[in-house]
Design a protein around this ligand. Structure first.
Ligand code: FAD
Length: 273
């Protein structure tokens, strides 16, 4: 069985949160995901928004997984938030270092420290999910060094991982093989970013350090202005990507929805999921 989850960012306005709940969550819920995750803005900038969105999801009877980054927050601030989540019945946390708001110095902490902090203070209350980078995190000095950091997060107590999105499945197979060779056996779910616009995918990928293959960029460049065509291409391409991954036994797909439902649902319908 391929497990599913969907990621949202916390809407700024309360009307937008209602729209997310009524139009997006209700539709994606048809696919019976394990959970809906909610991102945490760089440096804790969406602390309240993430909590509000998670609260609405839980109140509506869904499983919600807040993202939490160690960022610049003090341990007490993090533990205070985690107590709230525990008391609400949250079962999963996506534990991250987080991105640094532009202009601020790079963080000295990393996700491993957050995983340790949560395990030390909350034991096994939460299932902990961490990020994985089959195409190598932009800060890494080498692929091997990056895998060392991943292994440390797993040893500190992570239960499962979600990858940064990618469009070259071999990158995932190679990463998984290298994990297995080190005895890392947690499920590594695949992050899927449906392509819906040329500018969007270029901007996101530069920031995330995700590789958009040349053929894709050239094709999308040539389709600029044809938003319906780009959307159809994106759905078809991501369907084929997911088919390849399923045939190679990935445990689950985590959709970066950008608070939209259309492309994710179409891809899942195409896959018969
Ligand atoms: P870590 O695992 O701590 O580190 C990532 C890499 O940085 C390591 O693999 C290593 O190569 C290098 N590194 C770490 N520590 C050191 C060190 N001490 N010395 C040298 N190199 C080091 N960002 C947000 O702000 N909010 C979110 O909600 C969010 N959600 C995400 C969800 C997923 C599924 C993914 C894949 C990413 C998400 N991000 C989010 C982005 C993420 O915060 C960034 O990629 C960030 O730069 C790294 O976070 P991490 O938890 O992977 O960090």
């Amino acid at each position: 069985m391929t497990r599913l989850s969907f990621e949202f960012f916390p809407p700024r306005e309360s009307e937008a949160l209602t729209t997310l709940m009524d139009n997006v969550v209700s539709r994606l819920d048809q696919k019976q995901p394990d959970y809906f995750s909610v991102t945490y803005g760089a440096g804790g900038s969406t602390r309240d928004g993430t909590l509000d969105t998670v609260t609405r999801l839980i109140e509506a009877g869904h499983q919600a997984a807040p993202h939490l980054s160690i960022g610049a927050d003090r341990d007490e601030v993090i533990c205070d938030l985690l107590e709230k989540y525990r008391d609400m019945g949250v079962k999963r946390i996506v534990a991250l270092r987080g991105d640094v708001p532009s202009g601020l110095p790079t963080l000295s902490q990393n996700a491993e420290a957050l995983v340790r902090l949560i395990r030390q203070n909350f034991g096994d209350t939460f299932r902990l999910l961490v990020a994985a980078y089959p195409e190598v995190h932009p800060d890494a000095i080498s692929a091997n060094d990056d895998l060392d950091f991943f292994e440390r997060k797993v040893k500190a107590g992570a239960d499962a991982a979600i990858t940064q999105y990618f469009y070259t499945p071999y990158a995932y197979y190679d990463f998984r093989d290298r994990c297995v060779a080190r005895g890392i056996d947690i499920p590594i779910n695949v992050g899927i970013m449906p392509v819906t616009s040329y500018e969007g995918i270029v901007r996101f990928s530069q920031k995330a350090g995700a590789d958009v293959p040349r053929w894709m960029l050239k094709k999308l460049e040539g389709m600029q202005g044809d938003s319906a065509g780009i959307r159809e291409f994106g759905i078809d391409m991501c369907t084929r990507l997911c088919e390849d991954l399923r045939a190679n036994d990935v445990p689950g797909f985590h959709f970066y929805t950008l608070n939209r439902w259309g492309a994710s649902l179409r891809i899942l319908d195409n896959l018969g999921l």
